[in-house]
Design a protein around this ligand. Sequence first.
Ligand code: GAF
Length: 392
Amino acid sequence: GRATTWVHAWDEATGRDRATDAFTASYGTAPDGVWSAPGRVNLIGEHTDYNGGLCLPVPLAHRTYAALRRRDDDTARLVSAWDPTDAVTVELAGVAPGTVEGWTAYVVGVAWALRERGLAVPGFDVAVDSCVPVGSGLSSSAALSCSVALALDAVGALAQDRAALAADCVRAENEIAGAPTGGMDQAAALRTVPGHALLLDCRDQSVRHVPFDPASEGLALLVIDTRAEHALVDGQYAARRATCEEAAALLGVPTLRELTDSPARAASALATLDDGTPEGGVRMHRVRHVLAEITRVQEFVALLDAGRLRDVGPLLDASHASLRDDYEVSCRELDVAVEAARAAGALGARMTGGGFGGSAIALVEAGSVEAVADAVDAAFRDAGLRPPAFVA
Ligand code: GAF
């Protein structure tokens, strides 16, 4: 068969050197330092964050590196190693919603959000480089904004804690980049620790670090980038969020999370939404996913706490089915990936991240990583899909 494609993480020295070299090549001087933040996969708890729910991301070894130097004026200059000729200059005082586009919005948006809180952010030159695959649902955007947030916090001596910086990065993404995302990715980039999953409670942004070490149980987490490109992604994401907010308003609760207090309350909410109209039916299905998914996070964490990682497979499978059938955010490539992984012996598999393309995860025996990857690759070929990549 064809050889599978693996996207490996850089070691930290490589990332720092690459960002430093890009900085020096563009600006002819050394940066004040290099700061970094990781991409993530979410183990379970999808499309729950903007509903005040629970999610459980783990950091990738893949990180974005920002080499940055403070300036004495109000200008920001930006360059990325993947497009080194395209340096961008932005006057920070002019940054506001609708003024910046593309990846630069994730950089200057952070400076804007910090300033909105009254913090004295200096002008800066920055060069970024990354081994987080872009556009793969692995949170390359948050890795970028969060690496810059750490850099600005340091050079501006702002002394902000990571929860506050994560909130600034969410504002940057929502208001300057224009993506109505929920906050999981920024928390994953700033608040995770190696060897642990981050149990994030999006009601109050509280976290618990839950030990997660598949290798110690003879297992591995295979990350499959389907490389599927889908149109209308932003519109679909925003539509899902709007439907959830509409349902919460109809039910008179601030967020759908409130409905998870008891199974009876959840059941009666679903019955109320399902009013016999097509729109009511859609709302019921969307909310049913969110409520069940929050419960699955609790069950998943209970299994981790009990040292029973081997038993989480059915929860992964149920999450995927719910995202595919009730929330309708999967796609053919994601379905092919999880089905092929399971058929090749994965204990469980699911799409991860927002959906409509992007990546899937599969929990596999450590000794069968290559075999499962080969099987997924072959299934893509048989389905006439372009080859996936494996992120390790
Ligand atoms: C994307 C968003 F950015 C997150 O906030 C989250 O909603 C996720 O999709 C779905 O769980 O990654």
